[in-house]
Design a protein around this ligand. Structure first.
Ligand code: GRF
Length: 206
C-alpha cells in the first residue's frame, strides 16, 4: 500500500517511519508517496527531503474557511492514490470535508494514553497532573478530537526524577516505535473494527 504523511513540525515521527521504510522494516508499505506540511518552515520538510521523499507545503490562508482549506488538501493529495494517511505531529484538527475523502484511512499518533489528556501538550498536561504512567496512542481519526478507535497504546512510566522534558523524550522514543507498528497493522489489513474496538487477526506478529 502507498502511504502519505502529514506533519507540522520537527517530524521525528515521520523520520522514524522513513528510516524503517528505507531499512525495509515497514511491512505492508510499498511507497511513501509524499510528506505534506501545513507549516512552511517545518524542520521535518528537510528531513523528508533527505530521504528523497516528495514534499508538499500547504498552509491555510488567513481567514480561509476550514472547508475550503480541506478541499485544497484533498485536491493536493488525492492524485497520489495513497491507501493511508498518517498524521505524525500534524497540528490541525481535520473535519468532515477531508475525512469524507479518506474514511477509515487516516491514523494519528497522540502522546498520551487516550482518552486521558487530549489536545495540545498532552505530555505536559499528564506531568502537571502528577500521573505515574502516561504513554502514547495510535488511533483512527474521526471527527472527534483525538477520539477515534484505538489501534495501539504504549505505557511509559514517569520517574520521580523526571522533568517535563525527560518524560516527553521517553514518550517520543516509544511513539517512534508504536507508529510504524500501527502502520503495518493497517496496511496489511490484519484487523477488524467492532464498535470502538480494533481487533487483530494475528496477535503473534505484534
Ligand atoms: C509528537 O509528540 C506527536 O505525538 C504530537 O506532536 C509531536 C510531534 O513530534 N502530536 P514530531 O514532529 O514527530 O517530532
Amino acid at each position: 500500500m502507498k502511504i502519505g504523511i502529514f506533519i507540522s513540525g520537527t517530524g521525528t515521527n515521520m523520520a522514524a517511519i522513513c528510516r524503517n521504510f528505507a531499512e525495509k522494516k515497514l511491512v505492508g508499505v510499498d511507497e511513501i508517496s509524499f510528506v505534506l506540511s501545513d507549516k512552511r518552515n517545518a524542520p521535518g520538510l528537510e528531513k523528508a527531503e533527505s530521504f528523497g521523499i516528495k514534499t508538499i507545503v500547504l498552509p491555510k490562508k488567513k481567514d480561509e474557511p476550514k472547508e475550503d482549506y480541506e478541499t485544497r488538501l484533498l485536491e493536493a493529495v488525492q492524485p497520489f492514490g495513497t491507501g493511508l494517511i498518517v498524521l505524525a505531529g500534524f497540528m490541525k484538527v481535520l473535519g468532515h470535508t477531508f475525512l469524507s475523502g479518506y474514511k477509515g484511512r487516516i491514523i494519528n499518533i497522540h502522546p498520551s494514553l487516550l482518552p486521558s489528556f487530549k489536545g495540545v501538550d498532552a505530555q505536559g498536561q499528564a506531568f502537571d497532573y502528577g500521573v505515574k504512567v502516561s504513554g502514547c496512542t495510535v488511533h483512527f481519526v474521526d471527527e472527534t478530537l483525538d477520539g477515534g478507535p484505538i489501534i495501539l497504546q504504549q505505557p511509559v512510566l514517569r520517574h520521580d526524577d523526571d522533568t517535563k522534558e525527560t518524560f516527553k523524550a521517553r514518550i517520543l522514543e516509544q511513539e517512534h516505535i508504536l507508529l510504524s507498528k500501527a502502520i503495518t497493522i493497517v496496511t496489511t489489513g490484519k484487523y477488524s473494527i467492532s464498535g470502538r474496538q480494533v481487533l487483530f487477526s494475528n496477535k503473534e506478529e505484534l
